[in-house]
Design a protein around this ligand. Structure first.
Ligand SMILES: [Zn+2]
Length: 263
């Protein structure tokens, strides 16, 4: 059995000429991985999760992907072996580029020196997640939502849509709620489920698409760290929900917003 030959970058971009993260406004420039490979041990992500991205959207999400990857590694106690070198590299990247996104011990104190978080010791991990990191997770989830929308519908998500992106730490009551919400949605939509992607439990997902109404639901979990529940749907219908779901924004705009707003 021969493996199917992976298309070259040029072939990929010919088949997917427009960025799926800014509504197809800009030409695609990259074959972008979503979830980013940095999220996976040894950067071994799933093979077929590649999406057309412009340079701007690609760059705008990079820090959010690093921050999210760092928290996944930090929270997930189930990794048999935390790759210290990989983890250390992640931490150094955040210390240098987004120190405000590091966890902190008390709301009134500055973050402890980052070396504190290298030890995979549960006792030491009673840390708080700063608001700015939460915004990074939200962007990370939004990027996944747009990617899966493109994958399922063949069209880039665009400004006629509104979005819900909710996340929670696995094992918390909030995570149970997220799962419950997702199960309700998926029942309502009567959707076919996609088979789970098996990379251990590093990344599992379900999508539900209601073509008649134009909704896409995405439920995903990253190891024992985070669960996400995301929905993209027609703005004119979703506007009736409370709280009112956010309007579609490009990944470039969302990324730029995180950069300018300091905590
Ligand atoms: Zn773009």
């Amino acid at each position: 059995m021969g493996r199917t030959v992976k298309p070259s970058k040029a072939e990929f971009l010919r088949a997917h000429p427009l960025c799926c993260f800014c509504g197809g406004r800009r030409p695609a420039f990259e074959r972008d991985h979503a979830p980013a490979r940095i999220v996976f041990r040894g950067k071994h992500g799933p093979d077929d999760f590649e999406f057309p991205a412009c340079a701007e959207c690609n760059r705008a999400a990079a820090m959010s992907e690093q921050v999210t990857a760092f928290y996944i590694r930090s929270i997930d106690q189930s990794y048999e072996q935390l790759d210290e070198a990989e983890y250390d590299k992640l931490i150094r990247g955040i210390v240098n580029n987004a120190p405000e996104a590091l966890p902190y011990q008390h709301r009134t104190c500055a973050p402890e020196p980052y070396t504190r978080y290298i030890q995979p010791d549960a006792e030491e991990r009673t840390v708080s997640i700063p608001e700015i990191a939460k915004r990074h997770f939200e962007l990370f989830g939004t990027k996944m939502l747009y990617a899966m929308y493109y994958r399922v519908t063949g069209k880039p998500a665009s400004s006629s849509l509104r979005r819900i992106v909710v996340w929670a730490q696995a094992g918390t009551p909030a995570a149970d709620q997220v799962r419950f919400k997702a199960s309700q949605w998926f029942d309502d939509l009567q959707v076919a489920q996609r088979p789970n992607v098996d990379l251990g439990n590093q990344f599992r997902y379900q999508t539900g698409h209601n073509a008649a109404h134009g909704y896409l639901g995405l439920h995903m979990s990253f190891g024992e760290a985070f669960v996400f529940f995301c929905v993209l749907g027609p703005a004119r219908e979703m506007i009736q929900l409370r709280p009112k779901p956010e309007l579609y924004q490009t990944i470039k705009i969302l990324g730029d917003r995180i950069k300018v707003r300091k905590p």
